[in-house]
Design a protein around this ligand. Structure first.
Ligand code: AHM
Ligand code: MG
Length: 332
């Protein structure tokens, strides 16, 4: 018997009291939006969705057409349901308030609408990453300050990967579940529960072209991996780098591994490339919920108190023992 996402959420709500009805609605709406993005991605050149939009986002990155389309799809899907107070996105400078004509809820939704933008036009896996927080003060009105909560306060997080299959990966704090889009039914079907990342791995993911810019601990770790069987690790390692965090994290959730986008000397004043609130936090929580770990080298990602919506962070996540090793190299 196949279990749809809707049924999974209802059962989580009934059996475990994990998901209040408004959160269930929110997650169903996010999943529906991801389905539309998946259709747009699938059409590719036929749908006129490839290429640049000739604009820049707040981080100074050139936006692709699909970055903007996915952003609009997520906003339009989520703004009217009454479950949200506001949204924040990689593609919007400041927070998006739910328009006055709609009721306001207490949840805050953050997303990277289209992660792995450099892979859109080359037909490589990309995805949508999302994180859900709850307003803590219970009062009226909402501001950016309401969003500045550490990742450990997330109430739901996940991503949808648009690859050979479209798969939604979700946690509400009770492990990680994966749902594959059954196109003929138009619904996400539960295909894996209780996802577990092996504690050890022989596979690493890092953009090696930045090696000369890395800090000593990261360089030491990768050097030791590269030495293989003859070196201190006594085993050969394999390397993968997809340049879509969703795809690299999906591989790690599937068969283990370590992913790093560390701080480097190219832009010494930036803590890293990836964004804390809608990339590192949701991915960090998923990885922890699957038995892995996520750190910036000195601190657990989920403990970091953000001070800005678009704050960047150094990211090291995946198989527990490898992440712990990299963390220990940072201690000196
Ligand atoms: P994006 O959100 O603008 O797509 O940027 C984030 C992406 C990650 O998915 C990926 O891990 C990284 O950027 C790749 O960066 P690089 O091209 O420097 O290797
Ligand atoms: Mg991204």
């Amino acid at each position: 018997m196949s279990v749809s996402l809707s049924r999974y959420l209802v059962e989580q709500q009934r059996a475990k009291g994990k998901i209040p009805p408004e959160l269930r609605l929110l997650l169903e709406v996010v999943a529906r939006a991801c389905k539309s993005v998946s259709h747009a991605v699938n059409k590719g050149a036929l749908g006129g969705v490839l290429g640049s939009a000739e604009s820049e986002n707040v981080q100074g990155e050139v936006q692709k057409k699909l970055d903007i389309i996915a952003n609009e799809v997520l906003i339009e899907a989520n703004e009217w349901g009454g479950h949200l107070a506001a949204m924040a996105s990689e593609e919007m400078d400041s927070i998006y308030l739910v328009p006055n004509r709609y009721p306001q809820g207490e949840y805050l939704l953050l997303f990277d609408p289209l992660d792995g933008s450099s892979n859109i036009d080359v037909n490589v896996s990309i995805g949508t990453i999302f994180s859900v927080l709850k307003k803590t003060d219970g009062g009226q009105g909402v501001s950016e300050a309401d969003f500045l909560q550490p990742g450990k306060q997330q109430v739901a997080a996940g991503y949808c990967i648009y690859g050979p299959q479209t798969t939604l990966v979700l946690t509400v704090g009770d492990g990680v579940a994966m749902f594959t889009l059954a196109r003929e039914q138009g619904s996400f079907v539960l295909t894996q529960e209780n996802v577990q990342i092996p504690a050890d791995t022989k596979e690493f993911a890092i953009n090696m072209s930045n090696m000369r810019h890395w800090d000593a601990p990261v360089r030491r770790y990768i050097d030791e991996c590269l030495q293989g069987q003859e070196g201190v690790r006594g085993k050969d390692f394999n390397m993968r780098w997809i340049a879509s965090m969703v795809a690299d994290v999906h591989r790690i959730l599937t068969r283990g591994g370590i992913f790093m986008y560390p701080w480097d000397k190219r832009e010494p004043n930036k803590p890293g490339k990836l964004r804390l609130m809608y990339e590192a936090n949701p991915m960090g929580w998923l990885v922890e919920q699957a038995g892995g770990a996520a750190t910036n080298g000195r601190q657990r990602i989920l403990d970091i108190q953000p001070s800005q919506l678009h704050e960047r962070v150094s990211v090291i996540l995946g198989s527990k023992n490898e992440v712990e090793r990299v963390r220990s190299y940072h201690q000196g």
